[in-house]
Design a binder for this molecule. Structure first.
Ligand code: C2E
Ligand code: CA
Length: 546
């Protein structure tokens, strides 16, 4: 036993705990224990400690026939090792078991290296074509939900072959590494830089808004401005670049192919510059310019209005609140939804003016309603964008609007998107706390589409989570969406937040959500967004009937 090549130990169940009868040196070593520390054998299993103890007791008392698995062991030095572990009952002694362990760290490390090699380029360590396609697919899936587009840049170095031939392969490799480093420095962390082989690189800008793409492309181009210094000397290297932007239905292969095509145009036109493949992108930029021009003065001309959509209590299906949703009554094109213009306006000069107008108008309505309906006045949800938040005067802006209109703070709910929430720190956090102290509630909009750490959510001053409509829409048909909705409701419950399901379109969805414990619902099932006058007459009628 002591001379065994494998780690081995005999343990016995004693007063529903496990005690070590014997442990050989190999096992103690593997678990990082000194000979007098064997009683602490299970600490090395880290998070799995409790599970492993339970399994071992089950094996010892005959409830489980035996068990084996490959698990990670944390050494006392903080390092980690892997071992194949087998547990079996000891034949001739009831309540005792044998633990055998064989270290597999070397194999595990080799497997991981192989995995890494399969998807990375060995010279630069950048993702290779296989991983690149995966990253583009992910980025496409993301923008399908959140809007925006994926932009792909295909780069081919203009003078690489000459340097490689004259200065040698080692110098060539060094240059490729430096190009990789400069490209990485030129993009955001969420973007991808990949090497396809030879002197070809691809940059993926994930979820960029159209107005920011030109800047990003410029930064990539400027990465070649300075000469590169490698051991063979200084070399001026430029790149020919092809750029394309995704449309709905684009695949990774489409984007790589189109940007490659555009790159050849750059080469043919004399190298060292960028060519756009996608004319549609330019058209979108033109549309943006048109929207901002036409929107100029729209607020003053009274073309911007708020519509409202009911939010009902799922238990009683009675009106609980309404959400204000902005509309542009365009003189020629009719009533326009925010999708058609708000992104352009928000990022432009009229953004702040619009935000303040929406807040003021919402409070004006709320003041009027509360005077009209008293305790029966529904709460009013208002969407607030980061542009306004960035000013650091959210709480003051809200307080002023409330004061000017006599609207009750406790009937106002500010909706922030989950992405905004991620940037909540310092001042904004204080702003939210001040808001809540005044009685205003704070809701997180489109919850589930971002990447909020649950721990972070627990520490923020919030009242409500609004479950994104993409999950609600699929809650009856898609297991994963159902799981997300359940998790959000559970999380909200644990944090003492209430939940609103957005985009409820059928009674079956409403019933299911109510069954899960979701508090409120909003969606076409009850009503589409409507002009304020319609809401007012609806409530007046109901009150006169009551
Ligand atoms: P949101 O805050 O998630 O608003 C909900 C959107 O879902 C609204 O679109 C609403 O009409 C729509 N909706 C409601 N029920 C259903 C349903 O049952 N099924 C489906 N498929 N959709 C439903 P809308 O009004 O076009 O607004 C789009 C987005 O524009 C809003 O999304 C919000 O992010 C933004 N937005 C709207 N008004 C304002 C505003 O006043 N200020 C700011 N900053 N953003 C606003
Ligand atoms: Ca909203």
């Amino acid at each position: 036993f002591d001379d065994a090549l494998l780690g081995a130990a005999i343990l016995r169940v004693h007063e529903s705990d496990l005690e070590v009868v014997e442990m050989n040196a190999v096992a103690a070593d593997l678990l990082g224990l000194a000979p007098d520390e064997v009683e602490r054998w299970d600490e090395a299993f880290g998070e799995q400690q409790v599970t492993i103890r339970r399994v071992m007791i089950d094996v010892a008392i005959g409830r489980l026939p035996g068990w084996r698995d490959e698990i990670e062991i944390r050494g006392a030095d903080g390092g980690s090792r892997w071992a194949e572990v087998a547990v079996s009952a000891l034949q001739d002694e009831k309540g005792a078991l044998v633990l055998q362990m064989a270290e597999t760290t070397a194999r595990k490390v080799a497997e991981r290296e192989l995995e890494h090699m399969a998807i990375h380029d060995s010279i630069t360590g950048l993702p290779n074509r296989a991983l690149l396609r995966d990253r583009i697919d992910l980025a496409l899936a993301l923008v399908a939900r959140t809007g925006g587009a994926v932009t792909v840049l295909f780069l081919d170095l203009d003078d690489f072959k000459r340097i490689n031939d004259s200065a040698g392969h080692a110098a060539g490799d060094e240059l490729l590494q430096q190009v990789a480093a400069r490209l990485l420095a030129a993009v955001r962390q969420s973007d991808t830089v990949a090497r396809l082989g030879g002197d070809e690189f691809v940059v993926v800008l994930a979820g960029t808004d159209p107005s920011a793409v030109d800047g990003s492309v410029d930064r990539v181009r400027l990465a070649f401005d300075e000469p590169f210094t490698i051991s063979s000397g200084r070399h001026r290297v430029t790149a020919s670049i092809g750029v394309t932007t995704s449309r709905s239905g684009s695949t990774a292969d489409d984007l790589i192919r189109d940007s490659d095509t555009a790159m050849y145009v750059s080469k043919a036109e004399g190298r060292a510059h960028a060519t756009w493949f996608d004319e549609a992108f330019r058209q979108r930029a033109v549309r943006a310019a048109q929207v901002s021009t036409e929107f100029e003065g729209a607020v003053g001309r009274g073309e911007v209005v708020l519509h409202v959509q009911p939010i009902v209590s799922l238990a009683t299906e009675r009106l609980y609140a309404v959400e204000a949703l902005v509309r542009w009554e365009h003189p020629e094109r009719g009533t326009l939804s925010p999708d058609q213009w708000l992104d352009v306006v928000s990022s432009g000069p009229a953004g702040r003016e619009l935000e303040s107008w929406i807040l003021a108008e919402a409070c004006r309505m709320l003041g009027e309603w509360s005077r009209r309906w008293g305790d029966d006045c529904p709460a009013l949800h208002v969407n607030v964008s980061t542009d306004l938040l960035a000013g650091g005067d959210l709480a003051d802006a809200v307080a002023n609007a409330l004061e000017a209109t006599g609207a009750p703070a406790r009937r106002l709910v500010i909706e922030l998107t989950e992405t905004d929430i991620e940037s909540v720190r310092g001042t904004l956090r204080m702003e939210l706390e001040r808001l809540r102290a005044s009685g205003v509630r704070v809701a997180v909009d489109d919850f589930g589409t971002g990447y909020s750490a649950f721990s972070r959510l627990a520490s923020l001053p919030l009242d409500e989570l609004k479950i994104d409509k993409t999950f609600v829409a699929q809650t009856l048909t898609d297991e994963r969406s159902r799981t997300v909705v359940k998790a959000i409701v559970g999380l909200a419950e644990a944090l003492g937040l209430s939940t609103v399901a957005e985009g409820v379109e059928s009674q079956a969805q409403a019933d299911y959500l109510h069954g899960l414990g979701c508090d409120r619902g909003q969606g076409y099932l009850w009503s589409r967004p409507m002009p304020v006058v319609d809401l007012v007459s609806l409530i007046d009628t109901r009150m006169s009937q009551a």
